[in-house]
Design a protein around this ligand. Sequence first.
Ligand SMILES: [Zn+2]
Length: 413
Amino acid sequence: MVGDGTALEATTVVVDGDRIASVGPDAEGTGPAGGPRADDRVVELAGRTVMPGMVNCHFHATYHNLGATPAPFGLEEPMALQVVRAVRNLERLLLAGFTGAVSAGAPFAIDASMKTAIDRRLIAGPRLVPCSRDLSTTGHAGDTSFPTHWEIGALGAIRRSDGPEEFRRSVRLEVKEGAEMIKVFVTGGHGTVGPRERTEVSPDELAAAIGAAHERGVRVRGHIANKEALLMALDLGIDIVDHGDGMDDECIERLLATDTPVVPSMLFPARFLASMGGSGLGFTDEMRHDIDAMAAVLPVANDAGVRLVLGDDFGALHFPHGPYADELAYYVEEIGIPSMDVLTWATRNGADVLGRGDELGTVTAGKLADLLVVDGDPVADVNVLRDADALLAVVQGGRLVTDRLPGPPTGPG
Ligand SMILES: [Zn+2]
């Protein structure tokens, strides 16, 4: 599976060092230009699939039962414990076949240190784009996770900012701490306690944040759950739309014009709602409405060519870290998106959002060898990616992170 919506059969993929040296018909020639050489490790993979490593484009490495305790987000646990959780979750993500991740927010610049630790091979994890704290205004949904009378400054996962000057300064502080992605809470809704109709930053605040980030070569992603805010954010040049509730035909047209990626992240609200059963709580009715609306519009956006990607709020309440590939099955089986399309979201589109589309995301000669070997055909049944035993190999930059390939291993790989 190439990762661009196509699949080849009877094909040999040659990896040399950290890159894919050639992709061509079986039994054709021997190196160096293409094909395996005499001393290469050759693995017979009939009935199995080679595909690009996947990318999770909305990941919170530190999240653990978020929303379960009345505490400021990011201050529920000591920082050191959050770091341990981040290390563990990033390793799990990699072992689940995600060789890349774009963070959607973490406290205390933990992401930046995770990126350094991964790059220096102190820990195993995906290629990571580190994100900032959440930038949001006073009283926004995440700023009300604890009682006001505590009167604590609460600089955990949220950097409260009001007015363009503060947004500029907040961006610069987060960039100084290592963020390569800035997260802004543009609206409530989508799993927050704030109503989705409420836009929580003004246009001049969002423009200031985006301007300050772009000056430093950093991108901005926005939690957006209503149409007006979505159109405003696109006008102001936002780089990634998170959630995108309220999307309609007009939004789709604008998303195509700006080529802005969207992370629909529907699995968390769907699982949350399921876990609440028929509780009859008002906000669960709103969640049901939003899920139904997104389920109706997402296939239209996909067919129109909107750049959609995987990623969700694993670690939020009733949605624990671990089964990351469940997302693929959800979009195929519950929303009706063709499996090949969802696999393209996970691979080529994900690599684009990672900012590495020229080097990752497809099985193409010359690209970095971030590959999976799957015992089965994910196009025929995407559920195979949920089965840890079926993931025969995870390859990152030509290195075998896991190796359950058939035949005897020859050397460190
Ligand atoms: Zn999130």
